[in-house]
Design a binder for this molecule. Sequence first.
Ligand code: C2E
Ligand code: MG
Ligand code: MG
Length: 747
Amino acid sequence: MVTLSPNAQDDDTLIGFRDEDPPPLTLPLRPWRVLAVDDDRGFQQALAHALGDLHILGRPLELVQAYCLSEAARLLAKDHDFAVILADVVMETEDAGLRLVKGVREMLGLYEPRIVLLTGQPGFAPVDEVMETYDLSDYCLKSDLASRGLKNVLTAAIRSYSQLSAVSSARKGLQLILEASNRLTTARTLEQIASTVLIELADLLQVPAEGIVCVEGSDSAEDAPRGPIIVGAAGQFAPYLNSALRTLPDRNIAECIVASLDGHRPIERNDCQVLYFPHQHAMADYAVYLSTGRPLETSEHELLGVFAANASKGFGNVALISRLDRMAYEDELLHIPNRAALLREIGRRRIGTGGGQHRMLLIDLDNFSGLNDAFGVALGNRILDALVGPLRQAFPPPTMIARITADLFAILGLADQVDSAHAMAIFDQPLRLDNDHYRLTACITELTLDAVTGNADELLRAAWTSLRAAKQRGPGSSVAYDPDIERQAGKRFALMSRLGQDLQHDALFLVFQPQICLITGRLVGAEALLRWRTDEGFIPPAEFIPVAEKSAYIHAIGDRVMQQACEALKALDAAGMDDLGLSVNVSARQFDTPGLAARIAARCAEAGIALCRLAIEITETAAMSNFSHVAQELRTHRAAGGIVAIDDFGTGLSSLEYLRDLPADHLKIDLSFVRHLEHDERNRQIVRMIIKLGRSLGVGLIAEGVETRGQADWLRDNGCQAGQGWLFAKPLPLPEFIAFCQQYTTP
Ligand code: C2E
Ligand code: MG
Ligand code: MG
């Protein structure tokens, strides 16, 4: 047996119904409908008269009359809703009444209406078999009706109808609840559960879906009390979805809902029901108002109890899901959406339109790690937290503000509400934290969601690449997404993986460019320059060295260069040029792991090469990037007898103060100055200054990129001792370089 009552443990949580509410509206009770089928007009008249004021089980009667079998059949085909059918046996035919009974049960499949057969004279009573087969309630001689009492006959029939229909509607209701509970458990959002509850509830009670789901408003510290919020609305209430309950014009309904929420109880009225779902199960206080337009029947009350228990679990599920959702999609530190939430939102916003109307900004704070290092992570975190306020102010909901990683934020919203200028303006003002002010700058990039065809992840990666381009321009830069930037990045990536493979083979080797004394014309040394040969030709070092510098490959390359330079020096020895030195280029990144000078010294010792024959070239910019550390290594190298040349000198705009402390033996005048020596007075002035500076620092000078005799003469006349360039020789493979040296040294 099925018991139609909510869980016992739910009883105290008020998912039941009480009759102690505001004055019920008086609506007319539904009458019991009786169909009388009889061709005896006199009897029909008497019946109508007798039933006029009759009430049975507290309800009035409504009489519908038909005067023959065919009329009754037509009527019943359209209208099934009868509690009792009184049918005369003999009408147009002798068994018309029996045929009607058969039609009602077998053809129309109506099993609930109770049928009372009436006979005009004794002897026409139906046989027992018919009574049983067609589930007839009773039969009466019309003449006996008065003595037996019409009311008694009808009362018995109506009582049994009422019990039958209660069982039947309970069965249907339970079926509905079962189906509804499936739908309730699949709801994932508050919006879904609210609308499912309203639809299923209306379906269960067979009334139109006119209702409201309200949740008790937040009263947390930052949110002022807002009163109940309408989170689900159907029918005429639909326009009030997501509004405060106080905006609802029908005060009666609003008060009814407030009474339910405040009193923590359901409310029943003759024209509506308010179900109450307590915090304990639903994780928030909910009230569901449904306009029923009629009071509920007893069986419906019970069904409602079962439904409410299910719905309560549905609300609970949604709350649980949203809590899990929060754990998965919320940034733990700032309590704003995280990277996963951003990716999900990008996907949502791209559905249908492809995302062209939506724009995303990436905002990366400049030098945030420096700030963390200097003042500690705790302050860094507080600064990030304090930044959320101004971001939110500039980009109010429904624009999304997400934190992707450390100091990288994303803003995602409609294109006409989100742009980088707007975001940049946030940093015009210092950030206030307690009594301190912090001046922050950030690099920003922007792109519309249709800028990239790949998935959300790829879009974010593209934005990231674009942001890096902004970062390269320096603090406070903003760069709009340009597919070309990404193409370049893609190319760089392909280059890097190819470099990794080719490093295993001998595709990278050194060539040697002679350096000539501009006064004597003698060969004084050579610069070793790296070459990368592929099937498609050479890839210039200016292209692959910066890529290698972004990976650990630069260390492998540095090792390879040092090893090949030592081998070249040994080959020079063997060719009788044991006084010739080589210089190798060293990247700033090679100084990352301490002990570079020691490693170079060890390699030379291993190869049996005097350290003074190996010079290292480091660009001015690289030396300045981590001055104290680099300078220390250079000092070590020099102290051990090694030589240091500062490459591309003049391009780094270093301050004199640093230059004075830079341990160097040579300055290499950058070829960009040498190139225009003959035509540009300004260039000449710069080169004169560099030469003067070199002399005052007591270091040698080597000019790069000397292509003409005129350049060489001018440089010599102005005090630059050495030069390197195509005028003398292009960078040469080792055998050709050795041949070149032999020519030069042979008088
Ligand atoms: P760099 O050290 O300043 O090298 C001088 C560059 O000028 C070389 O380009 C050389 O081929 C080129 N050059 C020499 N004479 C002339 C000339 O008369 N006219 C012109 N127009 N150019 C001339 P390359 O070999 O393409 O190297 C470019 C840069 O790549 C180098 O600049 C250096 O910074 C870097 N690099 C080269 N090899 C290595 C290496 O083994 N390790 C590292 N870390 N960087 C390297
Ligand atoms: Mg160089
Ligand atoms: Mg150079």
